[in-house]
Design a protein around this ligand. Structure first.
Ligand code: C5P
Length: 268
């Protein structure tokens, strides 16, 4: 018997950095959504922990304790063969290893200890729209988003999260409003998001200037309501109110920028 668990990409629709703790970790205020695309984990009950990696981003993914999937499996006390289908770029600001680790915990029915695996693992456990505060550990579930589509673009650049935080000149920035509005439709959502920020965007661009090109290509595409970076980058997203517009944007961007990873999806 094989069980399959989906590990959707995590998208920070906003990411405000509001402070820094004495231990160096940053305080965040983020509206986090999840994509209809992601990695897939298959669990075969054969009594010993082992990992095989397949998929378009399998190259260089470790199959031992360096992989968060391994550490999550040990923590959850599961001993099975796991096939990890890596469809998402890693070190890319869209969850990656955190989403995979959360999928292991979901499979095992374990909901504690997620934060010990990484700051983004708790939000990936529920994989539904949430407001994320603290260092990623204070989570508030939100009402479902109105229908909204995204095109994700990664210029095939790997950006280590600590480097991006270190390049951030101002660690104390305004939070989002204390209570978020009700988003009655997609236009209202995108308009409101446009007034918010990803505070890591400029820092990431200072390390990888091509991110600015990605953002301007996404902003220029027909029907794009907003272009922003997710997490610490380098993946950026454009938002759309129609699936067809997102699909057309994917085709155009992939044609003009054959080196970029370009993927349309729905967010929820
Ligand atoms: O927890 P995780 O290993 O995913 O975090 C990677 C790095 O990102 C941390 O070592 C830290 O440098 C930075 N980080 C941070 N503040 C957060 C989350 C991550 O400074 N809230």
């Amino acid at each position: 018997m094989t069980y399959e668990v989906f590990a959707p990409a995590k998208i920070n629709l906003t990411l405000h950095v509001t402070g820094q703790r004495a231990d160096g970790y940053h305080l965040l205020d983020s509206l986090v959504a999840f994509a209809s695309i992601g990695d897939r984990l298959r669990f075969a009950e054969d009594g010993a922990l082992s990992i095989a990696v397949t998929g378009s981003f399998a190259d260089g993914v470790p199959t031992d304790q360096r992989n968060l999937v391994w550490r999550a499996a040990k923590q959850a006390n599961i001993a099975t063969h796991i096939t990890l289908e890596k469809n998402l770029p890693h070190g890319a600001g869209i969850g990656g290893g955190s989403a995979d680790a959360a999928a292991v915990l979901r499979y095992a029915g374990v909901t504690t200890g997620a934060a010990a695996l990484g700051a983004d693992v708790p939000v990936c456990l529920a994989s539904r729209v949430q407001r994320m505060c603290g260092i990623g550990d204070e989570l508030t579930p939100l009402a479902p988003l109105p229908p909204v589509w995204a095109v994700l673009v990664n210029p095939q650049i790997h950006l280590p999260t600590p480097d991006v935080f270190a390049a951030l000149p101002n660690k104390i920035n305004a939070a989002m409003p204390p209570s978020l509005p009700h988003f009655r439709d997609t236009v209202t959502l995108i308009d409101w998001l446009s007034q918010m920020r990803n505070d890591l965007e400029k820092a990431a661009i200072s390390l990888a200037p091509e991110i600015a090109q990605v953002l301007s290509a996404l902003a220029d595409v027909d029907g794009a309501g907003l272009a922003r970076m997710s997490g610490s980058g380098a993946t950026c997203f454009g938002l759309f109110s129609e699936a067809q517009a997102a699909d057309a944007a994917q085709r155009d961007l992939a044609r003009c920028h054959p080196r970029w990873w370009v993927q349309a999806c729905q967010l929820s």
